[in-house]
Design a protein around this ligand. Structure first.
Ligand SMILES: [Zn+2]
Ligand SMILES: [Zn+2]
Ligand SMILES: [Zn+2]
Length: 272
């Protein structure tokens, strides 16, 4: 079966860790230990093609850090700055590099935000509408856009590896990526049941200040249990709100649980 590398370019909430204005223990730890730093959430799937999910304001640094020099298409989950703010970084990649408009997929609301905010570079982009439940076949992976409960028209993605040839009959592998979402609707839960890898919003630690549009770490773990996910990774972690927790504390606690749940970290690579 073809394998891909799934690279976590960023695993933080929009405020990042460390936040320049914050002296909490999570931020202090991240100042001292670079591996505890978290940039805006983004995922890169590397196979024959390079598919980027979200492009926040740190995307240039994130791609350089991962030694990635090519992006073939971008899938956007939603319109918030921490997910689209880095799109202008691709202007000169297209103008001086590929000289071919870069395909950017997103829901109608998300693409309208791109049009409004980045009007100066629209000729460098090939905007393609992706509606909930629509599928997209890219590089032996089927991407299904699923409704997320976050901002208007927000999406999550289900990645299913297409079995072929000798692999036919092998169980297909599935990865769900929902960096920003509150409680998912029933039909989405049904679609995700038994997923191999769940990557899920765990913005808050302790109390969830935005229970309709994000998860707390505890809620994310409960969702992973409910779905029967084989392995889960927490992402979009603020680490400061509402109770600061260090990477060391979080990892030790997750490891003590009887379930396969880990905190994703910037730079983590999974085989898929
Ligand atoms: Zn902090
Ligand atoms: Zn958001
Ligand atoms: Zn976000």
């Amino acid at each position: 079966m073809t394998t891909h590398n799934v690279i976590f370019l960023g695993t933080g909430a929009s405020c990042g860790v460390p936040s320049f204005y914050c002296g909490c223990k999570a931020c202090q730890e991240a100042l001292e230990i670079p591996s505890a730093q978290r940039s805006c959430s983004a995922l890169l799937i590397v196979g024959q093609q390079h598919t980027l999910i979200d492009a926040g304001p740190e995307i240039r640094t994130q791609l350089n850090r991962a030694r990635i020099s090519r992006v073939d298409q971008i899938l956007l989950t939603h319109e918030h700055f921490d997910h689209i703010g880095g799109i202008p970084q691709f202007e000169y990649y297209v103008r001086l590099g590929t000289q071919k408009p870069l395909a950017v997929y997103g829901s109608p609301v998300t693409l309208e935000a791109v049009r409004q905010q980045f009007g100066f570079m629209l000729e460098a982009l090939d905007l393609r509408v992706l509606k909930p439940w629509q599928t997209l076949a890219l590089d032996t992976i089927t991407y299904t856009a699923l409704p997320a409960e976050h901002s208007p028209d927000a999406l999550g993605f289900l990645l299913e590896l297409q079995a072929s040839g000798a692999d036919k009959g092998a169980s297909s592998r599935r990865l769900a990526y929902f960096p920003d979402t509150g409680p998912l609707r029933a039909e989405v839960l049904e679609r995700l049941r038994g997923v191999d890898i769940l990557v899920i919003d765990a913005t808050f630690n302790g109390n969830n200040w935005m229970p309709n549009s994000h998860h707390s770490i505890g809620e994310a773990i409960a969702l992973a249990q409910n779905l029967g996910a084989k392995q889960s990774y927490l992402t979009h972690l603020s680490m400061h709100y509402d109770q600061p927790i260090t990477q060391g504390e979080l990892s030790a606690w997750l490891a003590s649980l009887p379930w396969a749940v880990a905190a994703a970290q910037d730079g983590l690579v999974l085989r898929f």
